[in-house]
Design a protein around this ligand. Structure first.
Ligand SMILES: Cc1cc2nc3c(=O)[nH]c(=O)nc-3n(C[C@H](O)[C@H](O)[C@H](O)COP(=O)(O)OP(=O)(O)OC[C@H]3O[C@@H](n4cnc5c(N)ncnc54)[C@H](O)[C@@H]3O)c2cc1C
Length: 495
């Protein structure tokens, strides 16, 4: 018998679930509260696609190499369509500093070390149209899910048998053998399962930042500025920034501001202040110069960013069967790392493997939970540790009397004068660090390898003077100057 799968949401996780499960022959129904994308191209989607269900729709998005690789090997035709739509592929060699490009020899695996960047509306539009063309998949637009249909089986076990909601003003029920919650960060299905007595645990903590994104388009006949030694990404503690080349002559810039920087947070939503900040950052200044590009959007802001992990399996309660959460409804991560969509795709892939391995509903729930944890916990824990450290640094930066303890000074020097210099100078180390960032290798494994650590120590022990040429140029002004240029009082704005 062909299993029928009801998927709540046709965002990234819903689409990834369809990409993963459609080839298995299962019948998939994706229920999406928002309307279908407008007719037309990427620009029409960017301007007119109304997606109240996705708050981050107009924030910069990149697909890390791990996700691009899943698409490349499982759905090569989709990768081709993304390219045709103008999505940008930044290859391994493009990520190298000029000095390392000179003698670069490709190594096995480098071809898969590529990022896809674009306006999210374009990525999602192309993925959605591709998924709509897959056999066994139907996307129901304007289908709002209100609740899960939760049954109690003999013996007291809970089973999700589908969902209830409405479409076109009429109450509807969609029943299936399996229900996938891909409704994103605002999903409340976990609360319904908990209220019915099912196992649900959750841990969550603030990421400590807010996100601000503005989109631009190059003027006719103008191409991308040469990057030189400046970087399109950087961390000045009081602001982190990222440049995202996009499709069809567009690009976006994201500024991430620590939550304690109240004045900067309030100022940055003003397009003038946003552009002033960009002008003061050498890695962005040429891009936003009015002779190069023009803004095509307001500044989009987004807060309430959390790292959050839910589990629907516990040692002392029986798992709810027939139910799986994929994407942000299961695990949310800090957008700074650009891993949310990769997480969703990996979870969808694990779900396919689990469904193919066993038909026992309870085993499916347990094995899915344990495989997702085994695969993703190391990345999650690592990101959370980095977030905590970044929040500490942002707090300390506001305290003029703060002096870091010796241990932390040594660690900072090891990172800034050792690791960062080593990866800028040694192709193998940079490759390993990037493979880690792109989730191609387990987090932190490369730096613990004795050979790599010895190489980093050699660069570190040369000292700042001998390494002077290897430091990147300053990323931008210090906090006091930035505040002054924005007309903000540095002393008055800290929360
Ligand atoms: C500011 C920001 C920037 C990010 N940048 C990146 C990045 O560069 N790279 C990356 O990999 N990740 C990034 N992420 C994370 C990424 O956006 C999410 O991890 C990803 O979208 C999760 O997919 P999802 O399907 O779970 O949720 P969403 O993509 O939000 O989709 C949820 C879907 O469910 C629908 N829905 C919700 N409720 C209902 C309902 N009741 N009935 C029917 N449908 C419903 C919504 O309309 C929506 O379509 C970013 C996140 C943020 C906040």
């Amino acid at each position: 018998m062909v299993e029928c799968v009801v998927v709540i949401g046709a965002g990234m996780a819903g689409l990834c679930t369809a990409l993963s499960l459609a080839p298995t022959g299962r019948e998939l129904h994706l229920l999406e509260r928002d309307e279908a994308p407008p007719e037309g191209d990427a620009d029409a989607a960017f301007e007119h696609w109304n997606r109240r269900g996705v708050g981050q729709l107009r924030h910069s998005h990149a697909f890390l190499a791990r996700l691009r690789t899943i698409i490349k090997y499982h759905h090569p035709a989709l990768l081709e369509r993304l390219r045709e739509a103008g999505c940008r592929e930044i290859n391994f060699v493009d990520m190298l500093p000029d000095a390392l490009k000179v003698d670069y020899q490709p190594a096995p695996g480098d071809a898969d070390m590529a990022v896809l960047t674009s306006r999210r509306t374009t990525l999602e539009l192309v993925m959605r149209r591709y998924v709509e063309g897959l056999a066994n998949v139907t996307i129901h637009s304007g289908a709002f899910v209100r609740e899960a249909i939760i049954e109690t089986l003999d013996g007291g076990q809970l089973r999700v048998a589908g969902v209830r909601g409405e479409q076109a003003g009429e109450s509807r029920e969609w029943r299936g053998d399996l229900t996938v919650d891909a409704a994103g960060r605002t999903s409340d299905i976990h609360e319904q399962i908990k209220a019915a007595g099912g196992a649900v645990t959750e841990e969550a903590e603030d990421c400590g930042i807010l996100y601000y994104t503005r989109h631009y388009r190059f003027l006719p006949g103008v191409g991308e500025p040469a990057r030189g030694r400046t970087s399109g990404t950087g961390d000045l503690t009081f602001v982190k920034y990222g440049l995202f080349p996009g499709d069809n002559g567009c690009f976006s810039i994201t500024l991430a501001v620590p939550d304690i920087e109240m004045g900067l947070r309030a100022a940055v939503v003003d397009p003038k202040a946003f552009d002033t900040i960009c002008r003061l950052l050498p890695g962005l200044a040429l891009w936003t110069d009015p002779a190069t590009a023009e803004p095509i959007s307001k500044v989009f802001g987004m807060g309430d960013l959390k790292s959050r992990w839910r589990s629907f399996v516990s040692a002392d309660q029986r798992a709810t069967v027939g139910f799986f959460a994929v994407g942000d409804s299961l695990v949310r991560t800090n957008p700074l790392y650009g891993r949310g969509c990769s997480f969703a795709a990996i979870e969808a892939d694990i779900l396919r493997q689990v469904l193919e391995t066993t038909t026992d509903p309870a085993a499916r729930a347990r094995v899915y939970d344990s495989r997702v944890k085994a695969e993703l916990t190391p990345y999650y824990t690592n990101m959370r540790a980095q977030d905590r450290a970044a929040a500490r640094r942002a707090r300390n930066a506001l305290d003029p009397a703060f002096k870091a303890p010796l241990r932390s000074q040594i660690l900072t020097s090891f990172l800034n004068d050792g690791v960062r210099i080593a990866v800028r100078s040694d192709l193998d180390l940079l490759r390993s660090a990037l493979r880690d960032f792109h989730m191609m290798d387990p987090p932190g494994a490369w730096i613990r390898k004795p050979g790599n650590l010895a190489r980093i120590m050699r660069w570190w022990s040369r000292g700042k003077a001998r390494n002077a040429d290897l430091y990147p140029p300053p990323l931008g002004p210090d906090r006091a100057e930035m505040m002054q240029r924005l007309g903000l009082d540095p002393a008055a704005i800290a929360a």
